[in-house]
Write a protein that binds this ligand. Structure first.
Ligand code: 13P
Length: 394
């Protein structure tokens, strides 16, 4: 596996070049001595597979179903329909989602929580097996440990879990995982501080390199939380800063861009801002940010929904796909795919079929939005309800 050391030669212009040098080309300026500009190559024996996996997940009309909520968060969902937060209830709900007939037409991957599949006994009838065996989708596990306070910051957090990540990733690969997710958060009302942004970007880049080294396509997710009363321009400014740092460190870690997927927040005004933005405005700002910061080598942009209503999340995605993009622009929603399903199910076995149908309705709506062909006509009132929760933890 070849890797390259980079040397910064002009801090103010932020330009980077490789360290080894060729002989000076004729006519090259003294300020820019000719040097070998090497392309970072990483991911070694897995590189072809990583590229293929990323392309499969980011295939036309398909996106990701995220069901990697912590048990505590899943418990809050269950409580909203009057169910206790017990293992059988969580398992029944997740089974319902993953065994929906025909889901694979619109869903290319599912993100599961690491803890879903810890014991061998559970593995036998696990969601994991449902994913892998039914060829519903490629399955993935969340492999981080969690957010904890970041000392020295402005009440911000950082994401733990790099220790031992290589061996865990290798184990997940053996079990059938082909991609992974690492979510860290950035809070606009808290600053964000330069320290928190740097820590988030560095952690994501280390995780991405380790994942690729073990055959897993990393989903890179610095979630910029919706919390705050700031205007959309402020979100754009922060998102540009965050993604520029993320890509800076991804490059420093020699991550293969063709073998990653991104999971950004859409660029919207803060949830408490006095004015709401239209899907067209959100699409314009979000695509502006992506075009400025994300190289076209990246195959897929799989948005999180972040507390938007199901319909909002779908409309915004649709607006972003009205003209061709250099990347597959799609979804990796949790709340915006699950809300109506949960309300339809209510924990009753006789409602499972109807709940699965409602999941298919949402998955198909987002599939159409990925193709830029969605219309919100006939959407239910439930699907229009916002799901923003202040200080949301996943
Ligand atoms: P939401 O779509 O509910 O914001 O979930 C995002 C997420 O990070 C899931 O992986």
């Amino acid at each position: 596996m070849a890797s390259v050391t980079f040397a910064k030669f002009n801090a103010s212009s932020s330009q980077w070049i490789g360290q080894q040098s060729f002989s000076q080309r004729q006519g090259s300026s003294a300020r820019f001595p000719a040097r070998r500009v090497s392309v970072p190559i990483r991911a070694g024996s897995y590189s072809e597979e990583l590229v293929q996996t990323a392309k499969t997940v980011a295939s036309p009309g398909r996106g990701i179903l995220a069901i990697d909520e912590s048990n505590a968060t899943c418990g809050k969902r269950l409580a909203s329909i009057g169910l206790d937060n017990t293992e059988p209830n969580r398992q029944a709900y997740r089974q319902l989602l993953l065994t929906t007939p025909g889901l694979g037409e619109y869903i290319s991957g599912a993100i599961l929580l690491r803890k879903h599949c810890t014991s061998q006994q559970l593995m036998e009838r696990s969601l994991w097996t449902a994913c892998v065996k039914r060829k519903l989708c490629l399955a993935s596990k969340l492999i981080r440990y969690g957010l904890v306070p970041l000392p020295g910051s402005n009440n911000e957090s950082w994401c733990q879990g790099l220790d031992g990540l290589a061996s865990r990733s290798a184990e997940y690969y053996k079990q059938g995982a082909r991609f992974a997710k690492w979510r860290t958060v950035v809070s606009i009302p808290c600053g964000p501080s330069a320290l928190a942004v740097k820590e988030a970007a560095w952690g994501l880049a280390r995780y991405a390199a380790i994942s690729q080294d073990n055959g897993l396509v990393p989903i890179v997710e610095p979630e910029i939380l919706l919390d705050g009363d700031h205007p959309i321009d402020r979100t754009l400014e922060v998102a540009e800063k965050v993604w520029s740092e993320v890509f800076f460190y991804l490059a420093q870690n020699n991550v293969l861009f063709e073998g990653i997927l991104l999971k950004p927040s859409m660029v919207t005004p803060g949830a408490e801002h006095k004015e709401k933005a239209s899907p067209e405005t959100i699409a314009k700002y979000t695509l502006t940010m992506l075009r400025r910061r994300v190289p076209p080598a990246v195959p897929g942009i799989m948005f999180l929904s972040g507390g938007q209503s199901e319909v909002e999340a779908t409309l915004n995605l649709n607006a972003m796909n009205q003209s061709p993009n250099p990347w597959h622009v799609s979804f990796s929603y949790a709340r915006a795919l699950q809300n109506t399903v949960l309300k339809t199910w209510q924990g009753h076995p006789e409602n499972v079929e109807a709940a699965q149908k409602s999941l298919l309705v949402r998955a198909k709506a987002n599939s159409l939005a990925q193709l830029g062909k969605y219309s919100a006509e006939g959407e239910s009132e439930e699907a229009k309800k916002g799901m923003f929760v202040q200080g949301y933890t996943y």
